[in-house]
Ligand binder design. Sequence first.
Ligand code: CAA
Length: 257
Amino acid sequence: MDSNLIVEKRNGHAVVTVNRPKVLNALNRSTVLELDATFAALKDDREVGAVILTGAEKAFVAGADISEMVDMSALEARNWSRLGQEVFSRIENFPRPVIAAINGFALGGGCELALACDIRIASAKAKFGQPEVGLGIIPGFAGTQRLTRLIGKSMSKLLVFSGDTIDAEEALRIGLIDKVVAPEELLATAEAIVGRILAKSPLAVAQAKLAIMRGSEMGSEDGYAFEAETFATCFSGPDQKEGMSAFVEKRKPAFRT
Ligand code: CAA
């Protein structure tokens, strides 16, 4: 099987590039399965403290592969949607940070893939949208859910009902992404953020991810209780002693967990 991804390991993190540039990195079934297998392998790789996800050439990902969906039955469509949802959920629940470096088109399933990442950094050339209704379908890789939770019902309806494509500045304004940079600075910016994260306590970063993700699905009181548990977990490893001792001793901490 030809690979549709490029996986590179650099300085404590991995860069995963969706690489089907002839179809603007559209996600066919084999690419979705390869993403799943790649993230599963990276999960077990202790040398990988974070993952940057990006696309080859002019697109991030221009959606699910339309050529594979044209003749789908309703049952096949449900299975395809469930597969995409499950794989994206596993990416979202990757135990260490995942950063989308959005270099170009992030449409349909591509926007949904970016939404499954923890942090979204975009090139000023990137374009975003959920154009599915123009194909006679709706977003099927959890876009109706993640987009709504991130930018709210009303703005999600505007994007999903109209199928409009928006530029990076507008995506930033509505809270769909977190930062816009010049195209040539995209990967360096993502790597600089990763570098700052990797200098911190891995256990603390992992607990913070859990607290934010699980906590945001709970009511406030349960969320506070869950935060207290994850806060307490930080005191179970050596990093808390190291971080606080380093502060008191006015030196840089050396984190291990
Ligand atoms: N699936 C399959 N092929 C795709 C594709 C997709 N999502 N997006 C682009 N391509 C292919 C094009 O068919 C074209 O192939 P050929 O050269 O063989 O004709 C090639 O990529 C280059 O695309 P264009 O010539 O169209 O490039 P452009 O620069 O003129 O336009 C674009 C770029 C506006 C992104 C346009 O390609 C486009 O509209 N793509 C489709 C976007 C879309 O509708 N995405 C949603 C898919 S449905 C989905 O994702 C469902 C879900 O939620 C799971």
